[in-house]
Design a protein around this ligand. Sequence first.
Ligand SMILES: Cc1ncc(COP(=O)(O)O)c(C=O)c1O
Length: 402
Amino acid sequence: MTATGDDSGLDVDQLRQLTPGCLLVNHLNNAGCALPPRTVTDTVVDHLHLEAMIGGYEAHSDASGRIAAVYHSVAQLVGARSDQIALLESATAAWQKAFTAIHHQRPFGSGDRILVSSSEYASNVLPIMQLVKSRGVRLEFIPDDEHGCVDVTAFANLLGDDVAAVVINHCPSQNGLINDVVAIGAALRAADSSAWYLVDACQSIGQLPVAAGEIGADFISATGRKFLRGPRGTGFLYASDRAIAELEPFPLDLHSATWQPDGFEVARGAVKFESWEKSYAAILGLGAAVDYALDCGIEALSTRIAYLSQYARTGLDAISQVTVRDRGLSKSGIVTFTHGRIEAQTLVSLIREAKINVSLSTPDYARVDFDSRAIAAVVRVSPHAYNTTAELDSLLELVTNA
Ligand SMILES: Cc1ncc(COP(=O)(O)O)c(C=O)c1O
């Protein structure tokens, strides 16, 4: 993702017209929660109205065809079948469904190693730390290469029969690098490893192609509200055929299984990783967001986001007090920096006072990544395709004069 110009072919004026929030804020916090396009909000609100008018269950039944279509859309987004998709309320909820199912099939124990990318998000590391404490599991952070990404050769050398799971971040929250999840998947296959491969695509979905078939992961977890521009409270889980065939979610509920006279029967397909209750308004909104992204074209979005984020990096790099903190050979739409004189938290507040939305990333989100670089916090700027270079110039001017 190293575009030098915007050759995305996207009609930015139209993207902005369809994004009402653009009129009010300079929103450079799409890695937090993006401004949704109008179609997403309308879809959610319409369904909420329908629920209020005819009843929630009846509205669900009325919308069943459109709800089924959401699975198709998400499947298309990641190059999977719709029966490999589970809809959940967040990336973390999706990841936990996968992880607990693995643990339920064969509890992790003291003979097991779990290999984790050094930039991994805290919520994906904390449960493993619990298992280190309670069951003697070995948590190993995979060494970085010279660019700060997972070192695929070092990773391959770590593999062995005792590696029970591999937990990788496609794009971290707090660092503009992109991990080569395809090469990591290939290394696992080359080693004939049976380790469960979990990929966190929370920050990459909507801004980069995420192709389940190429990655070869058992699970890919993602959220709706970030670069996909869906509603809050949405996420999804892709599950491989092996995961669907071999794993049973724990605990089950009456959506993931049926109570039979002589026991229970687990649902077929990835829906078994879902829970019974959900916000169908939000799910329909997620579907609208995915359809919108597919209409724009993921490659086109990726190209424009790369262009804008590189523009921001270059501009920030030219400011004497600023250090751009992103690592990685190819970079995502996440731009992080520190200032020589002003603490990141203070700078974020200052920028927000000017009605520019950026965010703060701290070691709480990814302790290994921050501690290894001895950074206390970074300012995170994350443009989306609907942002403009003029908006980035406003930010750059403010930081220059801070
Ligand atoms: C890389 C990464 N993974 C996982 C998550 C968790 O996503 P969610 O809040 O949807 O559970 C985040 C959230 O910021 C993230 O940045």
